[in-house]
Design a protein around this ligand. Sequence first.
Ligand code: BDP
Length: 758
Amino acid sequence: MRCATVSSASAGRSSASALPPRRVRRHGSSVGALLGLVAVLGCLLSLPAARGEDGYRLWLRYDPVVDPAVRQAYVEALGEIVIAEPTGPEMPAATLAAARDELVHGLRGLLGTDVPVRPTATAPGALLVGTTANAALLALVTETDLRAAGPEGYIVRQVKVDGRSRILLLANHEVGVLYGAFALLRHLQLGEPLTGLNLVSAPRIQRRLLNHWDNLNRTVERGYAGQSLWDWFILPDYLSPRYRDYARACASLGLNGTVLTNVNANALVLTPAYLEKVAALAGVFRPYGIRVYLTARFSAPKEIGGLPTADPLDAGVKRWWRAKVDEIYRHVPDFGGFLVKANSEGQPGPQDYGRNHADGANLLADVLAPHNGVVIWRAFVYDANVPDDRAKQAYTEFRPLDGQFRDNVIVQVKNGPIDFMPREPFHPLFGAMPRTPLCAELQITQEYLGGAANLAFLAPMWSEVLTADTQAAGPGSTVGRVVDGSFDLHGISMIAGVANLGSDRNWTGHPLAQANWYAFGRLAWDHTLPPAAIANEWTRLTYGNAPAVVAPLTRMLLESREAVVNYEMPLGLHHLMAEGHHYGPGPWVDHLPRADWNSVYYHRADAQGIGFDRSANGSNGVAQYATPVAQLWGDPARCPDEFLLWFHHLPWDHRMRSGRTLWDEICLHYQLGVDTVRAWLPLWAGVQDRVDAERWAHVDALLRRQEQDARTWRDACILYFQTFARRPIPNGVEQPEHHLEYYKAIQLRYVPGDPSAK
Ligand code: BDP
């Protein structure tokens, strides 16, 4: 007997693609539910407790439903898939076909049986799938439903048709059907009941993008999971099945755009040979609702166009970009637009010609507009002149330009004003540019949080920022509402996440880092989702619904970001990492050519105390925030502990809310970080029998590594700061294992993702 369970379980290992080639049974006879049940049970019984699994299938595992009663209910409700489009089940348009294929594949795995696809319902249980183009399906919903679903959302609902219970999957457009298919499959993977099912959902943000910092030579800037997914050399001749699985995973979260190339851009990607390759990838992604974007190097007219200048106001430069953009759209008719890093970290830009960011962005916006393309212009800038406070620079440069950008320009702002630190206050530009759509740029790849070696579930960090209240126009002006456009009533909205993906078989290096891809996608769809709900959902999809696994693993996920903050940079400390690769501690870094590349610039530890004074007595960076926020954060007595040393330089004996001195508090936070990680080891050991051996061992080894890393961070930072504080390490904090010189001498070589590594 061919065992469906085993073939499904091993799919991730044996086949390059998690989604098998199309095999859609039309008009086939309904498979006996009982036979299927017996087959699955038989397979389950014959399986060892823990199978090897390499993580390739991500959260789209579609393993057989474990509870027989639940599975039986699913089989009865979903006996067939009815594609109710005018085009019929054989020839649906590409996106509907993708939805159909996913449903067929998913239900086969979950139910252990092939569910037939038909044009009309014949079985007692049926899944009715279609868009509002189908009058019969349309009649099953209300105008309110359709408005709630919007252009990309869906309605997945139990309905009655001719007295029979059906599951309806309906959307205004095909892409909504695809998203609804994934939502239904998620619901089934979670083992939730179909009775009373009613999922009506639409994304809050229009453009939900991954940013790949991938180079054409397949290295990935700040990438820790192998090479770039894009095999540029072989493209367009061979299309790895992995491209489709990438698109499926993105679509399962509702992500609808991907920037293929590094923000530190290479103009070559705009040459004809590369545009062929880009077009090939776009062709794979298109059915999954994913549009391709590219990074545009501002000096491209010179580098690949042979022009003497890239001045944005030069007529020849404008002509060149117009022709280039027209050429791109001939290759990729639904091309999304350009992402541009200009006049930052040595990248070329309009300031090279005495122009400003709006001049640069508008040049590209004008030539993209006829094609409905957008320019995403990054606000992560710092120029050759080191300012008094780097945290102030983006605001200083961009706020005066509010209102000067074309309608199809989006300014992309990192979550915080420095650079993806483990904790930053929200970026002061949010709420400060009401006439410009602002995109929140989040970093999924863990550049400053231990790369792919350490667990740091980032939903709490992102949620903290998205729910932060800018108070730009009174209470309720959250970053999330600025970004989704509802606050300033923008017609365009966007969120971006710097991807943590690579060619590693499990996509993200650390098996648990998949949760960050997942969390970014879920928050991009709905930024109000609670991190705990996302953690719970991801854990169950990826490691099964057994509470004995779900409880400890979600606990670890939810504790992890704060643990990293504590053992790396507690109480508002920031930018303490080692230079170049950014892995591990380097609070002593003081020799780099720019002042603001050095750790000492940020912590400012001296005999008196520690912290960056951004209050009115210092750089006054706090004044870039709305008054109520500035008043709160600007007053050391009221500033929350987590931002204290971000905004204030305080004496070592400063009395904290806890009653302890600042010095003791810093030390105890470092210890708490270590203790939190340490407590995960027995938790993870406790699930050994319930998780497949391969993923379990991988995570176990990485948690041990993290415990070591946490101790290194703690000891290095405490010893270094002690040279200024000259106070004893308080009770409750372990004594460092080595002397400070030992930590300072650590020279890591060939850390992945380091653009400066040779
Ligand atoms: C920093 C990274 C650098 C990126 C830069 C950026 O260290 O590699 O190029 O951000 O966002 O975090 O442009």
